[in-house]
Write a protein that binds this ligand. Structure first.
Ligand SMILES: [Fe+2]
Ligand SMILES: [Fe+2]
Length: 420
């Protein structure tokens, strides 16, 4: 049987058209020259097949659209077959995705040399390489189709815009924050790459087939990103609980506080997401996905770290009983097995330090209690966020926006990366 394009159930490995391929590799040489080192030393670290800069299209889960107003109809194999609004919206999503991939490479690189452990550093290099492949993949989806129906060369424009972006200029806030230490590299992959996993999973239903087919291969890589981050945090937490290592529990907590609010906001406004579901781009509303993500952070990050801490002090504590013991210590404020609340990691409230969505620019502390007084609130933020972050541009922009908002003024977007 002859299959129409876009209904393929095979794996395909493809390269970008030469001019795009060249421009992306030029970007890589400037922003990520360490890739060569990774490729050369790969087999010393992993048995997994070596890294290759290619687009990978997996099989379609379903040939017909799974959700939304077009459910049951065949998925679109060509962008031109979508109506104008769908076409523009899907191009926007692909571009935003591409922007996050490139943005995270720039962030990781900022503190790559601050690692104390060569294996952890190499893992981050692999994460960066795979994010670069994801950017390549998203460019491939744009560049291998004709989007000109709405009168623009979307692939070329996206390439021009994205390749010129620096930290501070990306589409999503989480990708505009500097990494201040190697703790950021690892907290980021544990917390922010987890949002990536949610987005990719939701988009496996994407009604535009090349995008849906991109998700499986990207998801397979995402699992490593999250695991490498969580493993590093576990090691640090375990060492800190034994009075060893160079990362304190307080520092880990501050980094978790820095990233969780940004992770929550990557889902978009918790009341929104309807049109993306209607168009069959994803299968969950923002609020539903965000809630699942928040619950997963508790289990996969917080409970895991607290188990490491508890068993470092009391080896007889089993994995299953650890969360209840940790929660009890945090709730009661008292010690158990010699572990005090400040020896553990707590998940910050979903209301804490938000600048988008239902809690935007409201003053809540890490535990979700409303704070009336501005000065007190700012002092709280300075105490619970990492010092190096508080002295950086993003925090300054937040305070400016918070004050502007309370006076009914304009809110400015991400902070300036360089005042030149
Ligand atoms: Fe990625
Ligand atoms: Fe990732």
């Amino acid at each position: 049987m002859v299959r129409k394009p876009g209904y393929l159930d095979t794996e395909e490995v493809l390269e970008l058209p030469a001019p795009y391929h060249r421009r992306l590799t030029e970007w890589q040489r400037r922003h990520f020259p360490e890739l060569d080192h990774l490729v050369a030393r790969w087999s010393e670290h992993y048995r997994h097949e070596p890294f290759r800069l290619i687009a990978k299209l997996g099989p379609l889960k379903s040939a017909s659209i799974e959700v939304g107003k077009l459910a049951g109809r065949p998925k679109f194999s060509r962008a031109a077959d979508m109506d104008d609004e769908m076409l523009v919206q899907s191009a926007k999503i692909i571009k935003a995705q591409c922007s996050t991939e490139l943005g995270s490479i720039q962030q990781h690189r900022g503190s790559l040399n601050k690692a104390q452990d060569p294996k952890q550093q190499f893992d981050v290099l692999r994460v960066m390489a795979e994010e670069f492949r994801h950017a390549y993949q998203m460019m491939f989806v744009l560049a291998s189709d004709d989007w000109s129906k709405v009168g623009q060369d979307i692939a070329a424009e996206t390439m021009d815009q994205l390749l010129g972006m620096e930290t501070g200029q990306h589409v999503l806030d989480a990708f505009n924050l500097y990494f201040d230490s190697f703790v950021d590299n690892c907290t980021f992959t544990a917390v922010i790459d987890r949002v990536g996993k949610y987005q990719l999973e939701m988009q496996t239903v994407f009604s535009y087939a090349p995008m849906a087919r991109s998700m499986g291969p990207m998801l397979a890589e995402e699992a490593f990103h999250m695991a490498s981050g969580v493993n590093a945090l576990r090691k640090w937490a375990h060492a800190a609980a034994r009075g060893e290592g160079n990362v304190s529990i307080a520092s880990l907590q501050k980094h978790v506080n820095k990233w969780v609010p940004r992770g929550l906001e990557m889902f978009g406004d918790e009341r929104g997401g309807k049109s993306a579901v209607e168009f069959g781009f994803k299968d969950m509303l923002n609020g539903v996905a965000q809630r699942q993500y928040y619950d997963e952070l508790k289990v996969e990050v917080v409970d895991t770290l607290n188990w490491e801490i508890l068993r470092a002090r009391e080896p007889r504590i089993a994995r299953e009983e650890a969360p209840a013991i940790a929660d009890e210590i945090l709730r009661s404020g008292g010690a158990k097995h010699g572990v005090r609340p400040e020896d553990l990691i707590a998940l910050p409230s979903e209301k804490f330090y938000r600048r988008r969505g239902v809690y935007e620019f409201q003053k809540f502390d890490v535990r979700g209690r409303a704070m009336a007084e501005l000065g007190e609130y700012l002092a709280h933020l300075r105490a619970v966020l990492p010092d190096a972050y508080v002295s950086g541009p993003d925090f300054k922009t937040y305070i400016g926006n918070l004050k502007a908002k309370s006076e009914g003024g304009e809110v400015h977007e991400a902070g300036l990366p360089f005042y030149g």
